[in-house]
Structures are given as C-alpha cells and as structure tokens.
Write a protein that binds this ligand. Structure first.
Ligand SMILES: *[C@@H]1O[C@H](CO)[C@@H](O)[C@H](O)[C@H]1NC(C)=O
Ligand SMILES: *[C@@H]1O[C@H](CO)[C@@H](O)[C@H](O)[C@H]1NC(C)=O
Ligand SMILES: *[C@H]1O[C@@H](CO)[C@H](O)[C@@H](O)[C@@H]1NC(C)=O
Length: 277
C-alpha cells in the first residue's frame, strides 16, 4: 500500500519528465529546420544562385535572361570582391535597360517595408525593387574571387566592409539608372520617424536625387511617413537641403502622411491612386 502510493507519483513524474524531454527535442528539431530553411533562402549555394537569378528573371518575363545573367556576372567574376566599381555594371544596364514609367515612379529611404507593402497591394507606383533587375537581386548576396570563374554567396564583403563591393556597387548603379529615367511627377517616401528624413548616407540622397533631370521631371512629392510619435516633419532642415540639391525647375512638395492612412488606403480596393495622400 505504501509502496503503491509512493510508486504511482514517481511513475507519473518519470512520464512527465519523458514528455518534457520529447517536447524539448521536438522544439530543437523545429528550430534547426527553420534556421536551415532561412539560411538556405537567404544564401543560395553557388549553383542555386544562378538558378534563382534565371527563375526570377523568367517570372518577370524578361527576354534573354541568360544574356542578362552573362552581363551581370561579368561585373564581378574573377575580380577581387573589394574592387568592383559601380561602372562594372554598365554592360548589365545596357542588357536590361530601365523603362521610364512617368508619374508612377516611387523612390524611398528608410521606409522599405511600408513602401513595398503599398506597391504590392496597389498598382499605383513602381519602386526599383518592382523592376526586373531590382526584383531579381533583392535580398541576395554575391561576389567573385580573383582567378575563379565562380559566383560565391558566402564570405562576401558586407555593405560597409569596403566601398567597391559587388552588392553595394550594384545597388548604386541600378539606382542611378532608375533615377535617370524618372519622369513626370515623381514620389519619394521618406521616414518621419527618424531625426533626419533626407538621410545623409542614403542612396536616395547620394545617388538618386541628383539624377532627377528637370527636362523630364515636373514635380517631386515627398511623402513623409509618420507614426503616432512624430520625430521629424516637413519643416525639417534636411528637407530644406533636399530642395537646394534638387535641380532648378523641378517643383517640390511635402506631405506628412500617417502610416495607418497608407495601409488603410492600400487595403481599400475602391480608393484611387491619387487619394492615399
Ligand atoms: C542575349 O544577350 C547577349 C548578351 O547581352 C547578347 O550577346 C545576345 O545577342 C542576346 N540574344 C538575343 C537573342 O537577343
Ligand atoms: C515640426 O517640428 C518642429 C520641431 O522639429 C516643431 O517645432 C514644429 O512645431 C513642428 N510643426 C508641426 C506643424 O508639427
Ligand atoms: C532635421 O534636420 C537635421 C538637419 O539636416 C537635424 O540635424 C535634425 O535634428 C532635424 N530633426 C528634427 C527632428 O528636428
């Protein structure tokens, strides 16, 4: 009787411990699987990189995707990964030129998630990441090595490790090409949740804005996306700098727009493109 009484709880205890152990093991398996999945998605292996490139290009209905791949990889293959200047991608731009989309071109800085959520849901504006080259390379990392014909996807220099690295030069080059064809009324989504919306190191400031040509661009509208707690508004001095750096003849305006208004508008199928701000 006494043994029976003490034995029972001990068995339940052991069973409980076993269940806990199983749950822990299961969790571990799930975590490892997710981590492997994520790292595979972010960093395709060498052969997978080319497949990803070609598949995304074909999904975009690019013609001559293998030609575009050749033009792309000649920029960095067999080169020191810190010695790939912006101009190395000139042949790529020639192989896959940007088409102007007047009045629909959207630029952005520090608003990546908001802006892409918006352009995905509503067919009003086009960002660089919605064009062939932008979409194909978005989120990828790549580089070459001296005396090798391979594309590497790991061990590549990071954005700030050296200036002339393959990824950074690519984004600078395609951003310039995209801004070069800007026309009509152009929009830029900047963040009102940071101190300096016209951010000093941003591609928008260092590359794109200077390229807007007054013979093609009529207006630049800054949409300053704000959260409940506004940090900067349209009177911010960095936006005065923006006006100074903007080519004469391009009209400028700035609108403070709550992020909630942008997401409400993008989910409303009856809202017209012009009515979101
Ligand atoms: C495809 O692109 C390559 C390299 O840019 C070029 O040499 C070739 O002529 C193109 N082929 C076609 C069918 O346009
Ligand atoms: C804009 O921000 C400045 C401070 O940066 C503040 O003094 C001003 O009241 C703000 N204006 C509006 C309309 O919110
Ligand atoms: C916005 O302007 C810049 C100058 O370009 C200032 O450094 C920032 O402090 C300012 N931001 C705010 C919130 O006033």
């Amino acid at each position: 009787m006494e043994r029976g009484e003490t034995g029972k709880p001990r068995r339940t205890q052991r069973r409980r411990r076993l269940v806990l152990l199983l749950v822990a093991a299961l969790l571990l398996v799930v975590i490892v699987a997710v981590a492997v999945g994520v790292s595979l998605r972010q960093q395709p292996h060498q052969e997978e990189f080319k497949d990803t490139f070609i598949n995304r290009c074909k999904e975009f209905k690019g013609d001559n995707c293998s030609g575009i791949w050749e033009a792309f990889q000649q920029a960095y293959v067999n080169r020191d990964p810190c010695d790939v200047p912006v101009e190395a991608y000139d042949p790529l731009i020639a192989a896959a030129p940007f088409k102007p989309e007047c009045n629909r071109m959207m630029f952005w800085s520090k608003t990546k998630d908001v802006v892409h959520d918006f352009t995905e849901k509503k067919d009003c504006f086009v960002t660089l990441e919605d064009t062939l080259l932008g979409e194909v390379l978005d989120g990828l990392t790549w580089c070459g090595k001296k005396d090798s014909s391979e594309t590497f996807t790991s061990g590549c220099p990071g954005w700030s490790d050296c200036v002339d690295n393959p990824v950074r030069s690519f984004w600078n080059r395609v951003s310039a090409a995209y801004a070069d064809v800007a026309c009509g009324d152009v929009t830029a989504m900047l963040s009102g949740s940071i101190e300096t919306p016209f951010s000093p190191g941003s591609i928008f400031r260092t590359v794109e804005l200077k390229r807007f040509d007054s013979s093609r661009v009529n207006t630049l509208t800054v949409v300053l996306v704000t959260q409940e707690e506004k940090v900067a508004n349209c009177t911010n001095d960095s936006l005065k700098d923006l006006q100074m750096e903007l080519q004469k003849g391009i009209r400028y305006n700035c609108k403070e727009v709550p992020e909630s208004q942008i997401s409400a508008c993008s989910s409303d199928p009856t809202a017209s493109c012009g009515s979101c701000w």
